[in-house]
Write a protein that binds this ligand. Structure first.
Ligand SMILES: Cc1cc2nc3c(=O)[nH]c(=O)nc-3n(C[C@H](O)[C@H](O)[C@H](O)COP(=O)(O)OP(=O)(O)OC[C@H]3O[C@@H](n4cnc5c(N)ncnc54)[C@H](O)[C@@H]3O)c2cc1C
Length: 424
């Protein structure tokens, strides 16, 4: 177990970062990269040094990568960069006037600038039995280690939630030979993040791998005996036997201390284009930051992706060293399920047309999303070249004839100059 010793914090840091995940770690590294010379405290409530979260539902879960291989930096490098790791500590209150946070043990730490990078906590099923033993989330290394320790003794797993995390977990569990049922309340998986064609493709893939995918179903209770889960009750009365339940139904942004301190927000803390909150000298980044995103038509969104956390971290670091820039990065994301590598660029929500490029039956294709004729996003399945080349189409919001986009024989990059000229 890679745990960090619990060092005593200083009384005050020039920059105090709360949350030692993707955003917090990147903020500290970027500050040093941009020659920030002040003191940096990187405080988080997990016991490990910063690690990558995506492998938790992919290769770390599958036992294909050790924990050491998913560390964001080797443990010794933090001290070498004069970044003080403060693991195993939780901030419970922020005093924005006094520039001070209070920890769960009552300790107080002052700051010059506070960067809030606290991510979110997994949403729990709002039904009886959700606290039974054998009911798990997949958010932290501790969550996954708990699942892995129980797995040898269990056979039937019910996964609740057909988003990326639920689907990735189902893929790994089926690879382990478990009997997997995946429940989704809506009428298709990935409904919130992708178009219907992609949803149907993944439903088919999971079923072909033996996963029992059930759509439009609602969980009304987790049933148990002697404190441990034994089954999942659905709204139509069906009882599914289960030795384990994995819940992947989204997160609640971890922003209570900031909102209690008076920060504007609600579903996340509101930030401007440089990730400033409404509190003086307090920034917020990553999963918990609600920002106006150019690729969502300027709508205020929270993006839950490594790209967003890392790019917002860099914006804040640049702002603090005086070379500030606004956040306008093109969103991207990936998901690995079975031998399928999905890479997405842009945000497809609000699309009014889609083009399928390539043949889903060949398990290598892209779906290109359009809004008012403009390319707004691509979902690329085993199609890395489309992902790389499609970025420019999204970044420039190009208007292209659907039949040209659909022609997989023509590389997407060949469409860019002609279209840019036409648009210009
Ligand atoms: C299983 C899984 C798979 C994923 N797969 C992908 C993927 O394939 N691609 C992708 O782009 N993204 C993926 N993501 C999303 C990505 O990991 C997140 O978007 C990213 O980690 C967000 O970074 P963050 O810094 O905002 O939050 P986190 O990385 O969650 O870090 C926040 C940290 O703050 C801590 N914390 C919270 N409250 C407090 C407090 N009050 N005091 C102290 N510490 C606190 C938390 O415990 C946590 O350690 C995945 C996420 C999960 C859980």
């Amino acid at each position: 177990m890679t745990e960090m010793p619990r060092t005593s914090p200083r009384d005050r840091y020039d920059v105090l970062i709360v949350g030692a995940g993707h955003g917090g770690a990147q903020a500290s590294l970027s500050l040093r990269q941009f020659k920030f010379a002040g003191s940096i405290g990187l405080l988080g409530d997990e016991s490990e040094p910063p690690y990558e979260r995506p492998p938790l539902s992919k290769d770390y879960f599958a036992g294909e990568k050790s924990f050491e291989r998913i560390l964001i930096r080797p443990a010794a490098q933090w001290a070498q960069r004069q970044i003080e790791l403060l693991p195993g500590r939780r901030v419970t209150a922020v005093d924005a006037i006094a520039h001070r946070v209070t920890l769960s043990d009552g300790l107080q730490i002052g700051y010059g600038t506070l960067i809030w990078a606290a991510g979110g906590t997994p949403r729990q099923l709002p039904c009886p039995g959700s606290g039974l033993s054998g009911v798990h989330a997949v958010r932290t290394r501790a969550d996954v280690d708990a699942i892995l320790s129980e797995l040898p003794a269990i056979q039937r797993v019910v996964v609740v939630g057909g988003g990326y995390i639920g689907l990735e977990a189902a893929a790994v569990l089926s690879k382990f030979g478990k009997q997997v049922t995946l429940l989704e309340a809506l009428n298709r998986v990935l409904a919130r993040v992708a178009g219907e064609a992609l949803s149907r493709f993944y439903e088919h893939e999971h079923r072909a791998h033996g996963v029992d995918v059930r759509l439009g179903v609602t969980v009304t209770a987790i049933e148990g005996a002697h404190g441990r889960v034994t089954g999942v009750r659905l709204a139509d009365g069906t009882l599914l036997g289960a030795d384990m339940v994995i819940v992947g139904i989204g997160i609640i942004p971890a922003v209570e201390p900031l909102l209690a301190a008076g920060a504007a927000g609600g579903n996340g803390v509101a930030v401007d284009s440089q990730c400033r909150t409404s509190l003086p000298d307090v920034f917020a980044i990553g999963d918990c930051a609600m920002h106006a995103n150019a690729f969502a038509g300027g709508a205020r969104v929270r993006l839950e992706s490594v790209q967003n956390a890392a790019d917002q971290a860099t914006v804040v670091a640049k702002t603090l060293v005086g070379t500030g820039e606004s956040y306008h990065a093109v969103p991207w994301f990936w998901s690995n399920q079975y031998d399928l590598r999905l890479q997405t660029v842009g945000l497809s929500a609000g699309h009014d047309a889609q083009v399928v490029r390539g043949d889903p039956a060949q398990r290598s294709f892209s779906i290109i999303y359009l809004k008012h004729g403009r390319v707004i996003a691509l979902d690329c399945v085993n199609a890395a070249r489309d992902f790389v080349q499609g970025r420019a189409l999204v970044a420039q919001g190009l208007i292209l004839p659907p039949e040209r986009l659909a022609d997989a024989a023509v590389p997407l990059k060949d469409l860019v100059p002609a279209a840019a000229a036409a648009a210009g």
